[in-house]
Design a protein around this ligand. Structure first.
Ligand SMILES: CC(C)(COP(=O)(O)OP(=O)(O)OC[C@H]1O[C@@H](n2cnc3c(N)ncnc32)[C@H](O)[C@@H]1OP(=O)(O)O)[C@@H](O)C(=O)NCCC(=O)NCCS
Length: 126
């Protein structure tokens, strides 16, 4: 399979509803919850690309651009943007959707580095 096909097939989207337990005292999406969701999307995208077990080795800068109110629909999108020998950089975006109109705006963005590992938890070539 061509690398670009693998990248296309690895793209991962998850749609979520922001419940009260996902929020901070201001009633907007809690940053720690957002990071957990981002790690999940990155894990899924990297696993689809590698078709191996993967672990998170680094979470790069994450920008919180727009607050996300309770009750919002959000879509997380994970894309493989760089591939090394054993590592992959996954760009994760959280898009805030206007439920009545259908438009989306970029609310949170960050890159995570995932590494493919073998059964001994040693880095494994992709
Ligand atoms: C992931 C792990 C196996 C890598 O081991 P390591 O000894 O650092 O391995 P290497 O130095 O050979 O690095 C492996 C790859 O990871 C990359 N890497 C390692 N540390 C990195 C970091 N902090 N940031 C970005 N990339 C990193 C290396 O550049 C290399 O990439 P490449 O093979 O594409 O060139 C090890 O660090 C580990 O087990 N970490 C804990 C993972 C974990 O528990 N995650 C949370 C739960 S999923």
């Amino acid at each position: 399979m061509e690398p670009s096909d693998r990248t296309d097939q690895a793209r991962t989207r998850i749609t979520k509803l922001v419940f009260p337990q996902d929020t901070n005292p201001l009633g907007t999406l809690y940053g720690g919850t957002a990071l957990q969701w981002m790690d999940e999307v990155a894990f899924l995208a990297a696993t689809r690309f590698a078709r191996r077990q993967v672990v998170t080795v680094s979470m790069d800068r994450v920008d919180f651009k727009v607050p996300i109110p309770q009750g919002s629909i959000v879509e997380l999108v994970g894309d493989i943007i760089r591939v090394g020998r054993t590592s992959m950089v996954v760009q994760v975006r959280i898009l805030l959707e206007d439920a009545m109109v259908g438009t989306q705006e970029l609310a949170i963005e960050g890159n995570l580095v995932m590494v493919a590992v073998d059964q001994d938890m040693k880095p494994a070539a992709l």
